[in-house]
Ligand binder design. Structure first.
Ligand code: GDP
Ligand code: MN
Length: 351
């Protein structure tokens, strides 16, 4: 499960990783919010900064109107039910910092970059600082990282952050923990400016106190490979598995398994797209639906509707077959979405 920023920051703060002072609020609690502040939309997706989901508000008279706008602003299909209001930080530098599970070495891996913030995806991947955390040797790791980030005088602060974030990761059964940006303030503090945490749902039984907002309504979504470039949506577990297998057989890397189930309403398709957009490397979404009871034209309408709500969705490659297929073909053609005759045709097209 992916946590919202404020939930992730609460976990970090409980482990003594510094976070900005702030509070989360719903629209009916707007009166208590005082400028100057940064307002941040609590949606389970990154890239909010570029889409109006992070706003610095200096004047009290602007707070209400900007906050109301943000509550009504959909970000990649998500509408926030809460905003986070935080102190404005005086930023000197922004770094990228994350902990992930390195499945090859069965270790927790620290990944960092000297240029954090909103443009991290465009950074040269070779330039990342990448180390498995072994034997919990935090002091030497902190020294190395401080050198890499060119903040040697902050090694002791970094060591606390690495150690505490690591403890947060382990204690909370995280699958990933990202701080981007890790902010160096002008007065020399290191603070988690943004936080993204995914916890392992399978560990929920160990955390009876977990009470996170449930962002996902679909439970048939399984991430296979976060680096995979091909996302899949199919109906029925058998067809969904066969679709994933076919992607592998054609030499491509499937990112996920997703069984959309027996009905495909626009809300459900939208929900699938949202889950897929939490993956960073997707360049095509294969939709493979067999229309038996479910009507292909209804699925087509749902796809068109959902696609309109997420502007920067990756390319769609659609195969709908069966009940009302030709109606679906006509509908999709109006939106420049060609219908492929078979999954093979899709795979040939994209590989
Ligand atoms: P994201 O775009 O969803 O990753 O949201 P972030 O929380 O990472 O915010 C995006 C960017 O907004 C950051 O990289 C900062 O440059 C900027 N930002 C966020 N908080 C502050 C702040 O307190 N002060 C200043 N000056 N900039 C901020
Ligand atoms: Mn960020």
């Amino acid at each position: 499960m992916r946590l919202l920023e404020y939930e992730a920051k609460n976990l970090l703060s409980a482990c003594e990783v510094p976070i900005p002072r702030g509070k989360v609020f719903a629209i009916n609690e707007l009166q208590a919010i005082a400028a100057p502040i940064v307002l941040k939309s609590q949606v389970p997706i990154g890239g909010r900064g570029k889409l109006g989901g992070v706003q610095i508000v200096r004047r009290q008279s602007d707070v209400e109107s900007i906050a109301r706008k943000m509550f009504n602003l959909k970000i990649k299909g998500f509408l926030p039910s809460k905003l986070l209001a935080e102190e404005i930080l005086d930023i000197s530098r922004e770094f990228y910092f994350s902990l992930n599970i390195n499945r090859q070495t069965a270790a927790i891996e620290l990944l960092a970059h000297a240029g954090g913030g909103i443009e991290i995806e465009s950074q040269d991947t070779a330039a990342f600082f990448r180390r498995d955390i072994v034997n919990e040797k935090f002091e030497s790791l902190a020294d190395e990282l401080a050198d890499y980030l060119d903040i040697a005088d902050k090694a002791f602060l970094l060591q606390d952050i690495i150690e505490n974030a690591y403890r947060c990761f382990v204690d909370n059964d995280c699958l990933m923990l990202e701080i981007n940006p890790l902010i160096l303030t002008k007065d020399g503090r290191l603070i988690a400016g943004d936080a993204k945490i995914t916890v392992d749902d399978a560990a929920a039984f160990r955390h009876l106190d977990w009470q996170f907002e449930d962002n996902s309504t679909e439970h048939n979504f399984v991430i296979l490979n976060r680096d995979g470039a091909v996302a899949t949506i199919a109906n029925g577990a058998g067809l969904a598995m066969a679709t994933v297998d076919a992607v592998v057989a054609s030499g491509l890397v499937p990112a996920n398994f997703l069984d959309i189930g027996g009905t495909a309403t626009s809300d459900k398709v939208l929900d699938c797209f949202r889950q897929i957009t939490t993956l960073d490397n997707i360049n095509v979404i294969i939709i493979n639906i067999f229309g038996g009871i479910v009507r292909c034209d209804e699925v087509a309408r749902a796809i068109i509707d959902a696609q309109r709500q997420i502007p920067d969705l990756p390319k769609l490659a659609i195969r709908l077959s069966g009940n009302r297929e030709s109606e679906a073909r006509q509908l999709l053609a109006q939106y420049n979405l060609p219908l492929f005759d078979s999954l093979e045709a899709i795979l040939e097209d994209i590989s």
